[in-house]
Each structure stands twice: as structure tokens, then as C-alpha cells.
Design a protein around this ligand. Structure first.
Ligand code: SF4
Ligand code: SF4
Length: 160
């Protein structure tokens, strides 16, 4: 019985010895991750409208965001993810209807210290009073132009 088991074991070992290796010598070599892999998060701040849907969808309250108004628009000031509590479930990515929040295929997120794990995707200063005034002036100019165009179209319609 002992001899038979040993031979069977050696048979399996020798069989695997000549097969193609499925492991790679990480971190010197890396495998290509699937496009659907849930790696490090990426945020396109130009697409983000600071609606907070992603934060509301998160079961672990991982996402913390700060926003402000610039004219009529809401802009993101800070977007921080407490990755140490993240399940990588993807609910936040699914909730984002602006396609702003995505997973990347980056897997290297390890840190020596817990406080360094936190992921800050956006951290920018609040707009200055000049920037706010410029945004408001631009919106007012756009509204006036739209009003003028509507009045012109109406006058044309009455003429005809
Ligand atoms: S992947 Fe899941 S747990 Fe992580 S931030 Fe998104 S919703 Fe929250
Ligand atoms: S990432 Fe998407 S869901 Fe989250 S605040 Fe920005 S636009 Fe809204």
C-alpha cells in the first residue's frame, strides 16, 4: 500500500514538472489583468458632477467627498476613499451615471502604514472670489445670449 501511494505521488509531481508554469515571479514579472478586474480606482474629475451617488451606494461608507458651488455648477474639492474598508464590490462604480469613477487594472496598492492606504483622488483648493465672479459672469452672459436669441426667433415668427 505504502509503495503504491508513493509512486502515485511521484507520478503527479513529475507530471506537473514539465507542464507550462501558471505562476509568475511577481513583482519582477506581472500578468495582464482582465479589463473587468477591480483594481485601484480612477476618477475623471472633469466628468464628475459631485452628485454623491457613489458615496450613497457604498455599504461601508468608504467614500468621503467635499464639494462647492461654482456658478450654478457643483464642483468637487476633495474625493477620498478609505480603501482599508473597501470590499471592491463595485457598487460605487455602477452608481456613477457620468462614467467618472472606474476601476483600473493597477493591483499595487500595498503600503507599510495604515494611514497611507487612504486614496485621495481629488484634493484641490476652493475657487477664489475672482473665479466665482468669472463663472457667474459667464453664466449671465450665456443666459442673456439665449434670451436674445429667443426674442429674435419670436420676432421673426411674428413677422412671418
Ligand atoms: S467598491 Fe464597494 S465598498 Fe468599495 S468604495 Fe465602492 S461601493 Fe464602497
Ligand atoms: S464619481 Fe460619479 S457618482 Fe460619484 S460624485 Fe462623481 S459623478 Fe457622482
Amino acid at each position: 500500500m505504502f509503495g503504491k501511494g508513493l509512486i502515485k505521488g511521484l507520478e503527479i509531481t513529475w507530471g506537473w514538472l514539465f507542464r507550462k508554469k501558471v505562476t509568475v515571479e511577481y513583482p519582477d514579472k506581472k500578468i495582464v489583468m482582465s479589463p473587468r478586474y477591480h483594481g485601484r480606482f480612477e476618477l475623471d474629475q472633469d466628468k464628475c458632477i459631485a452628485c454623491g451617488l457613489c458615496a450613497n451606494a457604498c455599504p461601508n461608507k468608504v467614500i468621503q467627498l467635499e464639494k462647492t458651488k461654482l456658478g450654478k455648477k457643483q464642483i468637487l474639492l476633495k474625493y477620498v476613499m478609505r480603501i482599508e474598508y473597501c470590499l471592491f464590490c463595485g457598487y460605487c462604480v455602477e452608481a456613477c451615471n457620468k462614467d467618472a469613477l472606474k476601476f483600473s487594472s493597477v493591483i499595487d496598492m500595498n503600503q507599510y502604514f495604515r494611514d497611507k492606504v487612504r486614496l485621495t483622488l481629488v484634493d484641490r483648493p476652493a475657487p477664489t472670489p475672482e473665479e466665482i465672479a468669472a463663472a457667474e459672469a459667464e453664466e449671465a452672459a450665456k443666459a442673456a445670449a439665449a434670451q436674445a436669441a429667443a426674442a429674435k426667433a419670436k420676432a421673426k415668427g411674428e413677422e412671418g
